[in-house]
Structure formats: structure tokens, C-alpha cells
Design a protein around this ligand. Structure first.
Ligand SMILES: NC(=O)c1ccc[n+]([C@@H]2O[C@H](COP(=O)([O-])OP(=O)(O)OC[C@H]3O[C@@H](n4cnc5c(N)ncnc54)[C@H](O)[C@@H]3O)[C@@H](O)[C@H]2O)c1
Length: 247
């Protein structure tokens, strides 16, 4: 397939996991990818793998100004913007009573603020190309998960922000969608740590029946949603969670 021939995509979180798998897939299908991440070393390794059709940009997406600079940098470098994949995210696990301000701001800043700033900066460019945005939400945006309350709040907001954006641009040619993955084998889950005294019974409802997925499961959904095959989708939230939220 060559669904992204001559298309330019900006992908946040491109240094690792789902973002990296999405960059790899899009480049393999003809895209030029502007990879945005806070992890410079990770970006360098993606760049080494993918070559000159991947341009790395080290950015902390919590900052509005740098998000706008990154989007402009992408357009300067590759000449236009067709696709934004807002993939970057962080999770932390705490009892609600132990969440300090720094942790709350981190979770909201990366999962929600950054997505909004990148989107805001990208829209004028996407209007020129009839482009589209794919946001990465989570099953945590639909379910009440214990010990990750700020993350659930942020991902729930991502889902409704996606719908609201789609409605604001419903009379344009821009499409804005989200995918909502379940658990995947990435750095996020490999580095996950929880308080020692959590009640594991509460976790059973969101472990599901089909185990952990590879990041390519979400990357494939992002690529489909970003391609012309999904031309009819806007304001859609696609669950890619092994049936976790079907219950
Ligand atoms: N892994 C899972 O089980 C799972 C499940 C559901 C949803 N998700 C979502 O999928 C997306 C990708 O996560 P992943 O599993 O690939 O995790 P990951 O940790 O492998 O990748 C996340 C990337 O985001 C980057 N990032 C973090 N803070 C940043 C910042 N301030 N500015 C720019 N980049 C920043 C990280 O450096 C990293 O490269 C996230 O939005 C996550 O919430 C993951």
C-alpha cells in the first residue's frame, strides 16, 4: 500500500512505542514524517532507522509556543502538512490523595494541553491540504480506572475534544478523529509502577480477555484513520482494545 505518497505527517511521541510504529508505517507508505518528541536520543534512533524522510524535532509539547514553532518548522522543512498524529502521552499511577500538583500538570500537560496546542497550530495548514488529525485517546477515556484518575480525566477530555473539534470544522474538508487503544507492550507499560498497597481486585475490570497488544495495532488504526480510506470519518472514536470496552 502507498496511502501516504507525497503526504507530510507530523507525529508527536514519535521516539517510542505507538508513535514510532506509526512513523515507520507512514514512511514505508510514502510519507515524509516530522517526528516530535521530548526524547532526543529516541528520535535520533528513529531517524537512523528511517532516513531523510523522517525529520526529528525535540520538543516538550506542554508549551504552546514550542508547539506552534514545531508545526511551523514542519511546514518550512517539508513544504506543507497533511496529517497530524497526536500520539505523545504519559501515565502515572497513584492513590488520588497522593497526586501532587506537578504530577497533575504533567499528565494534563502532555496528554491534553500538548494535543490542543499542536492541533491549534496545525489547523490553518490542514485547511490548505484538506488534511486530518488523529488523536490517541485510550480505553481509560471511556472507563473509570482506579489509581490513574488524572490520566482518565485527560483521556476522557481527549475524546470529547476530538468530537468538539470535528464539529467546529464540520463544514470544512478537515477530518478530526481519535483512536482509543487498550493495553500495549510499550515503554509506557514496561515502566509502569503502582503504589504497593493497591487493591488488585479493582484492576480486573480493565485487564480484559485478550492480553496486551503490540504498538503496531494502534499504529495501523492511526494510519487507516489518517488515510483516504477513512474519508467518511470525522468525530469518530475508534476503539482498538481487544474488546475491553465492549463489556
Ligand atoms: N501503552 C499502552 O498500554 C497504551 C494504552 C492506551 C493508550 N495509550 C496511549 O498511546 C500513546 C502512545 O503511548 P506509548 O504506549 O507508545 O508510550 P511510549 O512511552 O512508548 O511513548 C510515548 C512518547 O511520548 C513522549 N513524550 C512524553 N512526554 C512528552 C512531552 N512533554 N513532549 C513530547 N513528547 C513527550 C515520550 O518521550 C515517548 O516517546 C499515548 O497517548 C498513550 O496514552 C497507550
Amino acid at each position: 500500500m502507498n496511502r501516504f505518497t507525497d503526504r507530510v505527517a507530523l507525529i508527536t511521541g514519535a521516539a517510542s512505542g505507538v508513535g514510532r510504529a506509526t512513523a515507520r508505517q507512514m514512511v514505508s507508505e510514502g510519507a515524509s514524517v516530522y517526528g516530535v518528541d521530548i526524547d532526543q536520543e529516541g528520535l535520533q534512533s528513529v531517524s537512523d532507522e528511517l532516513g531523510e524522510r523522517f525529520s526529528p524535532k525535540t520538543v516538550d509539547i506542554r508549551n504552546r509556543e514550542v508547539c506552534h514553532e514545531a508545526v511551523n518548522g514542519c511546514v518550512e522543512h517539508f513544504g506543507k502538512l497533511d496529517v497530524v498524529a497526536n500520539v505523545a502521552g504519559v501515565v502515572r499511577s497513584h492513590h488520588v490523595t497522593d497526586v501532587d500538583e506537578e504530577t497533575w500538570r504533567l499528565i494534563m500537560g502532555v496528554n491534553l494541553d500538548g494535543m490542543f496546542w499542536i492541533t491549534q497550530a496545525a489547523i490553518p495548514h490542514l485547511e490548505k491540504t484538506a488534511g486530518n488529525i488523529v488523536n490517541v485517546a485510550s480505553n481509560a477515556g471511556f472507563m473509570g480506572q482506579a489509581y490513574t484518575v488524572p490520566y482518565c480525566a485527560a483521556k476522557g477530555a481527549v475524546i470529547n475534544m476530538t468530537r468538539a473539534l470535528a464539529m467546529e470544522y464540520i463544514k470544512s474538508d478537515i477530518r478530526i478523529n481519535a483512536i482509543a487503544p487498550g493495553g500495549m507492550k510499550t515503554a509506557m507499560t514496561e515502566n509502569w509502577s503502582a503504589p504497593d498497597d493497591i487493591d488488585f481486585e479493582l484492576m480486573k475490570t480493565y485487564t480484559g480477555f485478550r492480553g496486551m497488544a503490540e504498538p503496531e495495532s494502534a499504529a495501523n488504526a492511526i494510519c487507516w484513520m489518517a488515510s483516504d480510506e477513512a474519508a467518511r470519518c470525522t468525530g469518530s472514536i475508534l476503539s482498538v482494545d481487544g474488546g475491553l470496552t465492549a463489556a
